[in-house]
Write a protein that binds this ligand. Structure first.
Ligand code: NOJ
Length: 745
């Protein structure tokens, strides 16, 4: 009997043990409560100096090491974070000091600019946006996160969410382009890719939505320049990707360099506190951009260091990157009652919250073996190649010059970007190595080993020299086709890289003209971080591929597209202007009271330039042809649109050509008459689909109040009754159109 009971009890016990081992993790709200309790306990023990230490971030060495000065500060609890320190071994060394030698053993948070890859480098963000594929973009971010976290990095200063309508601004390369909807989709994808569902995992990092806000509206496209944006444009154009990031759970924000309507973004209570914390309920922390707290003095809103520190802290900037004014002056500011201890406590609380959420109190060290397994592994390289190929946009392909025949006997590969490892990586290279890069020259050799490749750089990217032209022309005359790799150097876009001309720099256009004159079929492969004014090329060369800066696998990915192993399906995430004089030129502009008419002088246009773009937003061709037909709405009239009400929009998309290919079907709306003027078109949905030859699919999009609404005259978000146009097509100009009526109450 006893043994029977035992038999009965034992499995029950085992069951309990198993249950306790597998019981669901603490609920979300329990976890939050635990974290808040741990923060309170810690805060209660902290001195003011230790609190200020948590608010300080300093820069390490360019090679990823920390500076000797950091050691002492970490020991004393006067440094909470570094940027640029990376690598499992180096981060562990410094972390050990924080945990073994500082009084409170608060781990450091290691930040780094992991923008489009850590070691495996993906296309620059504008290129990734050209995929119109949030899954691909999310995958790129998740690989970057896994590599970075394995290398001891907890925190990436990405995604960059600045909407930009001025391609002179070099940082247009780092964002998702001109459109708030596309920008929001990409924001969500990147935040989820970096952070996953829980950024304490050993393959995730916490993301940073930057640069808050309107940095991309820099006057004249000159980096760091003033911005002056109405609240309506902030809410409709510049805020949405940031709000999408908050909705996706982003852990941190970075306050921008620019001043905004007279108040610098790093001292802006309206954006940092009223909107971000109070309206959007963001509970992570805000880091300043590099010395942007100190720059409040040059902006002219602070007379000296103490004033700058008080302005930034009181507005809601929690952590100070590189300048040290919080540490120097917070004590005296508190005494003078210009700053409250609660403000400091709240900033510390937000930073500790993210540190707890990262799990670094419990798992502070990086795993060096994991680092070796993860960094630049085969799966990551394969993904980089695929994503790079998906980012390529076919701008022109007359007479089906592309794809090239793999049996071609000889190719002249000409141009200063054909074999440049450095430029292929783009402007943010993370820990990427030039030695890892497959250039276009190498990619072609790998793709068609039997073909003779006659390579000549022809000229430099910039400069006036043309002594390489003769060799380039010889290569062209000895070859069956010419591939011209031209564009910008990587450092012509990105931070502090504004240009006043969007032409191809140096003698490159002359080189193209000379080569084109040989009469050989010519394919232009562009590498650049922004739209370029390529009117001559668009008018005179038969084929153009926009490849951005495609990363470690650039050459393989471009070769995949050149030879048709990948059929290009990317679309432009921004407008290509014809000339700098047209800027800002973007598809979602207002109509004006006098929209342009060719035969009416007194309409909105130029005397000396077309008003239309060279290539519109959303544009891109394929080696096959698609037909989009049969646009239908689930209803043409509705009484009102509330909550989750949806109007379904459907179209047929058919591959009418002979190759499998991708089309990005795009949904736009226009509110025809409203209480405030509305854009002529607004993107509200898109789907990238792959279709076999002859295959036809019916696609459905939902329109909700969120998509049809806008900020009315009283600055309330609302859907107003009246007529809407609903448009669907393959780019922002070639669109089918239907009418939707929201009835007046
Ligand atoms: C300045 C840049 O504006 C920002 O994007 C970057 O994250 C920081 N420097 C840190 O490198």
């Amino acid at each position: 009997m006893a043994s029977m009971r035992l038999k009965f009890v034992a499995p029950a016990l085992a069951f309990v043990v198993i249950l306790s081992l597998t019981s669901p993790p603490a609920s979300h709200s329990q976890k939050r409560q635990n974290i808040e309790a741990r923060i309170n306990a810690l805060l209660a023990r902290m001195t003011l100096a230790e609190k200020l230490g948590q608010l300080q971030q300093l820069d390490g060495e360019a090679n990823g090491n920390y500076r000797p000065e950091h050691l002492q500060m970490v020991r004393q609890g006067r440094l909470g974070s570094t940027l640029n320190v990376r690598g499992a071994q180096r981060t562990n060394q410094l972390q050990r000091i924080a945990l073994n030698e500082s009084r409170l053993k608060i781990p450091l948070i290691f930040g780094f600019d992991v923008i489009h890859g850590y070691r495996t480098i993906f296309p620059i963000p504008i290129g990734e946006a050209a995929t119109w594929d949030p899954l691909a973009v999310g995958l790129s971010a998740s690989i970057a996160a896994a590599e970075a976290r394995a290398a001891g990095v907890h925190w990436t200063f990405a995604p960059m969410l600045d909407i930009a309508r001025d391609p002179r601004w070099g940082r247009i390369a780092e964002g998702s382009g001109e459109d708030p909807y596309l920008g929001s989709v990409m924001a969500r994808a990147r935040v989820r890719g970096f952070q996953g569902a829980d950024y304490s995992a050993n393959n995730r990092v916490v993301a940073c939505a930057k640069h808050w806000v309107a940095y991309g509206a820099a006057e004249a496209g000159r980096d760091y320049n003033t911005t002056d944006v109405s609240e309506r444009s902030l809410r409709e154009v510049y805020f949405p990707p940031f709000q999408a990031a908050v909705d996706a759970g982003v852990g941190t924000f970075m306050s921008a360099f620019n001043d905004l309507d007279g108040v610098p973004a790093s001292a802006n209570h309206f954006t940092l506190t009223d909107v971000l914390r109070n309206e959007w309920k963001f509970d992570g922390f805000v880091v300043s951009d590099y010395t942007s707290v100190e720059e409040l003095i040059k902006h002219g809103v602070a007379a000296d260091g103490p004033e700058a520190a008080a302005e930034a802290l009181n507005a809601g900037v929690d952590m100070e990157m590189v300048s040290r004014l919080y540490n120097k002056h917070a004590g005296e500011l508190i005494k003078e009652r210009k700053l409250s201890l609660q403000t400091i406590d709240e900033a510390v609380r937000r930073i500790l919250r993210v540190k707890f959420r990262l799990g670094i109190f419990d798992n502070p060290y990086a795993d060096e073996a994991l680092e070796r397994r993860t960094i630049f592994n085969g799966a990551n390289i394969t993904a980089a190649r695929k994503i790079a190929a998906r980012s390529i946009v076919l701008l022109k392909n007359d007479h089906d010059v592309l794809p090239l025949d793999k049996n071609v006997r000889s190719i002249a590969l000409i141009g200063p970007l054909a074999d440049s490892r450095h430029d292929s990586l783009g402007s943010w290279t993370g820990d990427g190595k030039e030695a890892d890069v497959v250039t276009l020259l190498e990619g072609l050799k790998l793709k068609v080993p039997q073909t003779k490749i006659n390579y000549a750089s022809g000229c430099d990217i910039s400069g006036e020299k043309s002594d390489g032209f003769a060799e380039a022309l010889r290569a062209a005359s000895e070859s069956d086709v010419v591939v011209l790799a031209v564009g910008e150097s990587a450092d012509m876009s990105g931070e502090a890289a504004s240009r006043s001309s969007l032409d191809l720099p140096g003698r490159q256009l002359d080189l193209i003209k000379a080569v084109q004159a040989t009469g050989k079929p010519t394919v232009v492969v562009l590498m650049n971080g922004r739209p370029l004014t390529i009117n001559w090329i668009a008018a005179n060369t038969p084929a153009i591929l926009e490849t951005w800066f495609a990363g470690s696998q650039a050459g393989n990915a471009i070769a995949d597209v050149l030879f048709g192993d990948v059929n290009p399906g990317g679309k432009l995430p921004l407008t290509f202007p014809r000339s700098v004089g047209q800027i800002p030129l973007y598809y979602n502009h207002k109509n004006t009271g006098r929209p342009p008419e060719a035969n009416n002088k007194y309409t909105s246009k130029y005397l000396d330039e077309a008003w239309t773009p060279l290539f519109p937003f959303g544009y891109g061709l394929s080696y096959t042809q698609f037909k989009i037909t049969n646009l239908q709405l689930s209803t043409q009239r509705v009484q009102a649109l509330r909550g989750n009400d949806r109007i379904m929009v459907s179209v047929d998309v058919e591959n009418a050509g002979k190759r499998t290919g991708d089309e990005v079907v795009q949904l736009y709306i226009r509110d025809v008459a409203a209480s405030v003027t509305r854009p002529v078109k607004e993107l509200k949905g898109f789907q990238r689909v792959t279709l076999q030859p002859g295959e036809k699919k019916r696609l459905e999009f939902a329109l909700t109040a969120k998509q049809l609404g806008f900020w009315n005259r009283e600055m309330r978000f609302t859907v107003e009754p009246g007529e809407f146009k609903v448009m669907v097509g393959a780019n922002s100009e070639e669109l089918l159109e239907a009418k939707l009526e929201i009835e007046k109450p």
